[in-house]
Design a protein around this ligand. Structure first.
Ligand SMILES: [Zn+2]
Length: 290
């Protein structure tokens, strides 16, 4: 089967420069490998969805010439699939209810949830997954390999919250499997979450995609560009300059003559030149965008 990649923004606001870099990286890697590039809207948590942001994301991608294949997937419409995956895990006896509060975990970093051995009597419980006492190895085409001991370094994580919203970790692996995604190129804020996802994939009998994590883009204050810290929405009137800046951040420097060229021209050039080994590797060394 050929390359299938994806871009999966959450509609909690307008796209910012960090999301543009992730979109461009996953698009170019898919197209340079003659692959498909699918789009998924990660609206798992409906109250966090900002009205109008899906339209904004689609029109942004359109402006930058980042045209996706197939139909859009919305996580808000995927509850049945998540429930089926959860039941599959429950049948393996590795899911348990937990009534501990977030503040119990936050108050004490060494807090150990007792719920695995002493099941809570209340129904108001999240569902956690019991992790193995073993190491998980994941290679990464950009950053390189990592090994993580899930039980020690992560701890049993929530797969369904108390309010019945499915956790991102479960949804993302179920959706990647459904869309037959075999290459995931995304921001390195998710690098350390990848072993959790590959472990869930093995529990659910899914194939593991190839992963590549691009460096995080930071603002002038050293913070990750994100909607939470009010990263500026992309200014569409400067699309050519923003695209050439994004390519530069990905180690694919545009020739001076192309810097102000229309986005279609820049993308066509970038496709012929795309080299994932030139993407900066070090996640400890985020790239400033001011
Ligand atoms: Zn608990």
């Amino acid at each position: 089967m050929g390359y299938v990649g994806r871009f999966a923004p959450s509609p909690s606001g307008a796209l910012h420069f960090g999301s543009l870099v992730a979109a461009v990286a996953s698009y170019l890697d898919a197209r340079a490998n003659k692959g498909l590039w699918l789009l998924r809207i990660e609206d798992l948590d409906p109250p966090r969805t900002v009205p109008g942001s899906v339209d904004n994301i689609l029109s942004c991608l359109d402006t930058f010439g980042l045209l996706w294949d197939g139909t859009l997937m919305f996580q808000s419409q995927r509850q049945t699939a998540y429930q089926a995956a959860l039941e599959q895990l429950q049948q393996q006896g590795i899911i348990y209810p937990c009534s501990c509060s977030r503040s119990q975990f936050q108050a004490d970093p060494l807090y150990t949830c007792p719920c695995l051995n002493q099941p809570p009597s209340t129904n108001n419980a999240a569902l956690r997954i019991a992790l193995p006492h073993s190491k998980v190895f994941v290679d990464d085409v950009i950053i390189g390999p990592q090994t993580q001991h899930l039980a020690d370094q992560v701890g049993d994580f929530v797969v369904q919250r108390k309010d019945k919203i499915f956790a991102y970790q479960l949804a993302v692996v179920v959706d990647d499997a459904e869309q037959k995604i075999n290459h995931v190129i995304r921001g390195s804020d998710l690098y350390q979450q990848t072993p959790r996802q590959t472990w869930l994939q093995s529990c659910l009998g899914y194939k593991q995609p190839t992963y590549g994590h691009i460096p995080i883009i930071i603002n002038g204050q050293g913070q990750k560009l994100s909607k939470q810290n009010l990263a500026a929405p992309l200014d569409m009137s400067h699309a050519p300059a923003l695209l050439s800046e994004a390519l530069e951040r990905l180690g694919q420097t545009t020739p001076c003559t192309l810097r102000q060229a229309p986005v279609a021209e820049q993308l066509a050039w970038a496709l012929t030149q795309w080299d994932i080994t030139k993407v900066p590797k070090r996640m400890q060394d985020p790239i400033a965008f001011i």
